[in-house]
Ligand binder design. Structure first.
Ligand SMILES: [Zn+2]
Length: 145
């Protein structure tokens, strides 16, 4: 069985390669429609953001394993829900830490009354739009704050 550490390392590296490929695949489109110094829709910084993510906490249980990671701002903490698949793992869901709770006393006393995360402290697919957090499979959450 592949370790969760190995799976996440493999995932981070593969994601960075995919982002670089996506950016390269879009270069003709970008050159046709955008000036060189226009950052809109350029995916600028996504490679660096992907490379910055590291695992901070792993919890394993019979039903599901969870991995909390830390990346460069603005997506400081993500919580991956992993399910076993053969000799490896699959990502079943990804949530990001609720910034309102994280930067308030609710972080220490519980996350009661938060209108963003409903008190869970994490924001995931239940709160995100049905098509995912961002176009292109990016792990950037929706701009909702
Ligand atoms: Zn919250």
């Amino acid at each position: 069985m592949q370790s969760i550490e190995e799976f996440m390392s493999e995932f981070f590296l593969a994601r960075t390669v995919q982002i670089k490929k996506d950016i390269e695949d879009r270069s003709a489109f970008r050159q046709r429609f955008f000036a060189n110094d226009c950052d809109w829709d350029s995916r600028q910084g996504e490679v660096e953001l992907s490379e910055s993510e590291v695992v901070t906490t792993i919890s394993i249980s019979d039903k599901e394993s969870q991995v909390i990671t830390h990346a460069a701002a603005p997506f400081f903490e993500l919580r991956y829900h992993l399910q076993a698949s053969g000799q490896s793992w699959l990502i079943r869901d990804v949530e990001y830490r609720c910034p309102k709770c994280y930067y308030s006393d609710a972080r220490r006393t519980g996350t009661m009354g938060c209108n963003i995360c409903s008190g869970k402290g994490w924001i995931g697919s239940e709160e995100a739009p049905p098509n995912g957090p961002a176009p292109g499979g990016s792990f950037i959450p929706p701009n909702r704050f």
